[in-house]
Design a protein around this ligand. Structure first.
Ligand code: ATP
Length: 366
């Protein structure tokens, strides 16, 4: 049977373990041989025991586990061609020429580059005497399928990434806890949430928790945002609200063009509105814990689809990424999804916020 490997790469997200479970089991159910690559691309470069053959029971119980049980890493060596040559050699040693990768845009970019280079890498392995011609003959084509695992929900072309709804759930829970104490003391809280350059988590947390004001990178505040925010908060207080919740997306804080720091917001609320204000950075609890039911479902359905995509592929097929669009699991060209995602990031960079908002939702077809 065909040998199909699965790996997780980049930042971890809840549901990644469930995705690995689905890929392993669908691989076996299809009569193929399953492998897991441990510690992301580092495992491919290191080879040996890091590329482990998987049995049905090896992934038992993984659906409800947070993070990724096969580990993830950021790997410098894989960024360079010699690292990828070593990785290819390790794969040929095991007879693997199909790889399902669950990760963010960086990981998927690396995967597609690997696929494009693969025939050249095969030639080089033979030229360097590392592999015999007959060893590589059956593996002239590398099959890549992407699964999007990220809490940020930052990939264009898919409505949800594996992990984003679990993270949102966790953020809402944390804000509920903060709400209770804020309400008791009539305090204001400025809460920083994750999401890198994407404001989805902050926006949806704001909607889900009834925040008073949010800051996201896609929609930077106006010139007089300080007055705007203070007026909104004052108005809410005058209406009888005993607590104030302001959400600052990590991207709104970090980006140079849109540098809203939680402490700056806190000082405004203290000095100009007269509120007893605290800052809470939620940090890595947002990434941890068991996946929500939605992410377990998404990871399972997409993992199954990824294996089907591997089995359907021909040397002419473009690498697909498995998406969810309007509740349907669909395949899209991986390169297009990444290009669109990068385009949106560039739009934010040059302050084309309307374009960025549109681009996040944009549909594109083959
Ligand atoms: P997250 O969005 O959670 O950070 P990510 O997949 O975008 O996840 P990255 O750190 O960008 O995370 O990428 C993970 C790894 O993928 C890198 O450490 C590197 O090994 C590999 N990689 C990323 N980009 C490339 C590339 N252009 N060429 C080759 N390998 C790459």
């Amino acid at each position: 049977g065909k040998k199909i490997a699965v790996m997780t790469s980049g930042g971890d997200s809840p549901g990644m373990s469930g995705a690995v479970r689905a890929v392993v089991r669908q691989t076996l159910a299809s009569g193929c041989i399953s492998f897991a690559v441990y510690e992301g691309y580092q495992g491919l470069v290191d080879g040996g025991d890091m590329i482990k053959k998987m049995a049905w029971e090896d992934v038992r119980g993984w659906l409800s586990e947070g993070g990724t049980l096969i580990g993830t890493a950021r790997c410098k060596a894989f960024m360079e061609r010699p690292g990828r040559l070593t990785a290819a050699n390790n794969m040929i040693e095991k007879g693997i020429d199909a790889l399902v990768i669950c990760g963010g845009d960086g990981s998927l970019t690396g995967a597609d580059k690997f696929r494009a280079e693969w025939p050249g890498l095969m030639d080089e392995l033979v030229q360097k005497g590392l592999r015999k011609e007959e060893e590589v003959r059956a593996h002239r084509h590398l099959n890549i399928v992407g699964l999007v695992g990220s809490i940020d929900n930052d990939l264009s072309g898919t409505d949800a990434t594996i992990g984003c709804y679990s993270s949102l759930e966790r953020i809402c829970q944390a804000i509920d806890y903060i709400d209770a104490t804020a309400l008791s003391h009539q305090r204001a809280f400025v809460i920083e949430v994750m999401g890198r350059h994407c404001g989805w988590l902050a926006l949806m947390a704001g909607v889900s928790c009834g925040a008073d004001f949010i800051f996201i990178p896609e929609n930077p505040p106006s010139e007089n945002w300080e007055d705007d925010m203070c007026n909104v908060v004052k108005k809410h207080r005058e209406m009888g609200k005993r607590k104030t919740i302001i959400i600052v997306a990590e991207g709104a804080h970090d980006r140079q063009l849109n540098h809203i720091s939680p402490n700056q917001v806190k000082d405004l609320l203290s000095d100009r509105v007269g509120l007893d204000t605290r800052v809470t950075t939620l940090g890595h609890v947002q990434r941890g814990g068991p996946p929500s039911a939605y992410d377990r479902m998404l990871a399972t359905l997409q993992g199954v689809e990824a294996v089907k995509a591997v089995l359907d592929s021909t040397p002419e097929t473009e690498s697909p990424v498995i998406c969810i669009v309007e509740n349907k699991i669909v395949r899209k060209p991986l390169v297009d999804a990444i290009a669109k995602t990068k385009e949106v990031a560039a739009m934010i960079e040059r302050k084309d916020f309307a374009g960025a908002m549109k681009g996040r939702d944009a549909e594109f077809e083959e």
